[in-house]
Design a protein around this ligand. Structure first.
Ligand SMILES: CC(=O)SCCNC(=O)CCNC(=O)[C@H](O)C(C)(C)COP(=O)(O)OP(=O)(O)OC[C@H]1O[C@@H](n2cnc3c(N)ncnc32)[C@H](O)[C@@H]1OP(=O)(O)O
Ligand SMILES: O=C(O)CCC(=O)C(=O)O
Length: 389
């Protein structure tokens, strides 16, 4: 198992407890929030966006309970650029805040119905208040991907001058592609190299993870993620995908211990009541299941033929499925696991029968079915006796 590639200065700010819970219809119990925060902390996630104090008493109590855990991870709370919101964060014992402002003309005009100068002044007021209270501040540029570059640079310079700690570039609608993301972040890095950039992406076109990684490659050092990619509409960039993608596609290690990803994903899936698809990248139960004859043969000879990383790295294990697309190598291996030695010529004969059964039942075969085929009783198997594997 390889947990540590060259380690980097990338900070994962996981927002499962904020944007993840904004998934329409999702509500975490206080107990689940605590358990999720503890798990994320224990695997080394450096920062948790943990909620929105302005939502009221119950949310504040939940945030306070997280503060009281004394985690290693920094807790950061989301706020509008309003002094009372920030005061509510302070009242929860929070020492780091995201101060969010819509920054595109579309949202400035049509959502908050204000002007660029209002945004500028409101940023100064809110950031000034937060800094007077000694808070760590990420300034959130909502809808930054549709904003004017020069205006973003102006806001970043205000942030820097007033002691803000970083700027969050949000692709709020998930409309960028990785090339666009790379160019936007690169240009902002070059314009204001002294201010750290955080990337927050959405998955509306299935590009959230790719866009996050593109942002990191362009120089962002903070990345927002959510477990299982929960989040508004099509969700955010998935923690497990970003961490494993950075590690294996970019040789950048976040230092996060990935071997509990499957356990974490199952927990969040249950807590959010959002099922985890078997094919879910990185953590789905089937992502290391091999059926196709040529793949199975390759994997059995050496797993690296068809696996981008060792399943143990994320707490999964490999399985060989016998079904319609199987070949003799996979079948021999499966019978061997059942304690039965099958020759290649026997396997070739059996493959034909396996295919017929799988075609009829439209499912992989169970050990019991394979035993019956081996004993020559396959034709007796009634279709309705087959279980789903
Ligand atoms: C892109 C994102 O994910 S941002 C995070 C979004 N998350 C949420 O909305 C979940 C939690 N939200 C809530 O509980 C509520 O919306 C609250 C507590 C924040 C605000 O509730 P309410 O006061 O009832 O107002 P409502 O929900 O209608 O919010 C709209 C108001 O916020 C203002 N607003 C929106 N964003 C901002 C901002 N970043 N800074 C300042 N004001 C803002 C709007 O202009 C509007 O004010 P107006 O009525 O004067 O035009
Ligand atoms: O911090 C912000 O500005 C908003 C973050 C967000 O959830 C978004 O823009 O999608």
């Amino acid at each position: 198992m390889r947990e540590q590639a060259g380690s980097t200065n990338i900070i994962i700010d996981d927002t499962t407890l904020r944007d993840g819970e904004q998934t329409a219809g999702v509500v975490f119990s206080k107990r689940d929030k605590i358990a999720i925060a503890r798990m994320l902390d224990s695997i080394g996630v450096q920062e948790l966006e943990c909620g929105i104090p302005a939502m009221g008493r119950e949310e504040r109590e939940g945030i306070r309970a997280l503060v009281d855990l004394g985690l290693n991870a920094r807790l950061i709370a989301w706020n509008r650029a309003l002094v009372p919101d920030i005061q509510a964060s302070i009242d929860c014992g929070i020492s780091a805040v995201d101060i969010s402002l819509p920054v595109s003309d579309i949202m400035i005009r049509n959502k908050i119905r204000k002007s660029r100068s209002w945004v500028r002044e409101q940023l100064k007021t809110a950031l000034g208040f937060a800094k007077q209270h000694g808070l760590y501040v990420s300034v959130g540029g909502e809808d930054a991907s549709r904003a004017d570059h020069a205006f973003l640079v102006e806001l970043m310079r205000i942030t820097l001058q007033m002691g803000g700690d970083r700027f969050r570039f949000c692709d709020t609608l998930g409309i960028l592609d990785p090339f666009g993301m790379y160019d936007r972040i690169r240009a902002l890095r070059e314009a204001v190299p002294e201010l750290a950039i955080e990337v927050h992406t959405h998955n509306d076109f299935g590009m959230a993870t790719a866009n996050t990684i593109a942002g990191i490659r362009a120089g962002a050092t903070f990345a927002n993620t959510t477990v299982n990619g929960l989040g508004e509409r099509a969700g955010n960039a998935a923690l497990e995908e970003v961490v494993m993608g950075l590690r294996h596609a970019c040789a950048m290690d976040t230092g996060i211990a990935s071997h509990r990803f499957r356990e974490l994903s199952l927990f969040v899936s249950r807590a959010s009541r959002r099922p985890l698809p078997p094919w879910k990248a990185v953590v789905g139960e089937s992502v290391f299941a091999h059926e196709s004859g040529l793949h199975t043969d390759g994997v059995l000879k050496n797993p690296s033929n068809y696996e981008g990383f060792d399943p143990a790295e994320v707490g999964l294990s490999r399985s060989i499925v016998v079904g319609k697309h199987s070949g003799s190598s996979g079948l021999i291996d499966r019978y061997r696991a059942m304690g039965i030695a099958v020759s290649r010529s026997e396997a070739t004969r059996l493959v034909e029968r396996v295919r017929r059964v799988a075609q009829r039942t439209r499912r992989p075969l169970t050990n019991e079915q394979l035993l019956r085929l081996y004993d020559g009783r396959g034709a007796e198997i009634p279709a309705n006796s087959f279980c789903v594997c």
